[in-house]
Design a protein around this ligand. Sequence first.
Ligand code: AMP
Ligand code: GLY
Length: 426
Amino acid sequence: MNVLLIGSGGREHALAWKLAQSKNLDKLYIAPGNPGAAQCGENIPIDANNIEELLKFAKEKKVGLAVVGPEDPLAAGAVDAFEAAGIKAFGPTAEAAKLEADKAFAKHMMRSCSISTAEGRVFDRYPDAKAYIASRDEPVVIKAAGLAKGKGVYVCEEPSDGILAAEKIMCDKIFGEAGAKIVVEDKLLGEEASILAFVDGRNIYVMESSQDHKAIGDGDTGPNTGGMGAYSPAPIVTDKLMSQITREVLVPIVDCMNRNDTPYKGVLYAGIMITAGGPRVLEFNVRFGDPETQPILMRLKSDLLEVCLAVCDGTIENVTLEWDPRPAVCVVMAAGGYPGNYEKGKVITGIEAAEEDKNVKVFHAGTKEVEGDIVTAGGRVLGVTALGDGIAQAKAAAYRAVDKIKFDGAYCRRDIADKAMKKDRK
Ligand code: AMP
Ligand code: GLY
């Protein structure tokens, strides 16, 4: 079967790497891909949001399955367009993708099926939002309701900062229409975990747990980023907690989406805060996480193409996911200055040396090839991922590999997986 994978980040390189291992794959196209993905298939210079051109290409090349990586094309109806043309597509429809693309909708759905989440209110007028935030004397979280490339959330210790955030989003429109509505939430305390599941409309198959590191600095300091590293499994997610999250979050939301006539299909990602009072949902994402996908797929032994097809066909009860029991750690190497301004075009060396360790895989994210060199082309540049017998060994292997890779201004956190090591009893 020919497969078209849509997207160009570290997640998509990991998906391409895994799909390329499938015995049922004839040809893999990645649009637009990156130099890492190009090692797994053929990159096609079509923007991930150009649904019309993607569909035209898929028809020409007799693509049997489209796998949509990022949220933007999902929210714009990529899956609807492919399905209408009779091509299987992995991911939710635009209506179902509102679970991520419209945080007000997500809040409404959670409330209607009694899923534990932060207390929150939705506003579409700044004066109302301001009056409400001013009436609070606790920390608040202000969220643009629409898609804001992972940057639309402000965790504010002081209500006065919350008012400033609401003003930036609603009056200055820094996220455009994505900020026409905001959600104002109570701040939750605890440790975060990412729970990803394959959902085929009815059935749920939960993947191994993982944990992201959102802040730029060691010890979770500084501004939030797209994610500076991840590991899987997350020891904080015990079997008992995983069952609770499945029972109290995943099952009800999938049922609720069916009752709402927006059945859910694809990967459902629940961002969970594990509070003293139990797990609470921070957000739903309608796709694989980035960088969580990198360590998760390093550990997946099963054929991803087969799983994606089963999701599309509504038959995931027939597949079994097999996992490498060894943990995996992914350290993101970023361009200096990220998540603020940063330079591009710095030559990267040492990737091959890093991959000499057979337990290491370097996933490309913001890279591009220029005259035979791989150069930086984005904020998050590489996801250096390693398996190890325990979390400490995986971490050590990942950082040994990181230290072999050089580019001007390279930055990474040095404490990825430390939280897991505190809990790992191995
Ligand atoms: P979201 O995109 O909604 O997951 O928010 C991005 C990040 O902001 C989360 O991963 C958390 O680190 C933080 N966050 C979001 N909502 C809350 C909340 N209610 N309390 C504390 N932190 C939050
Ligand atoms: N790692 C966070 C996300 O994918 O949204």
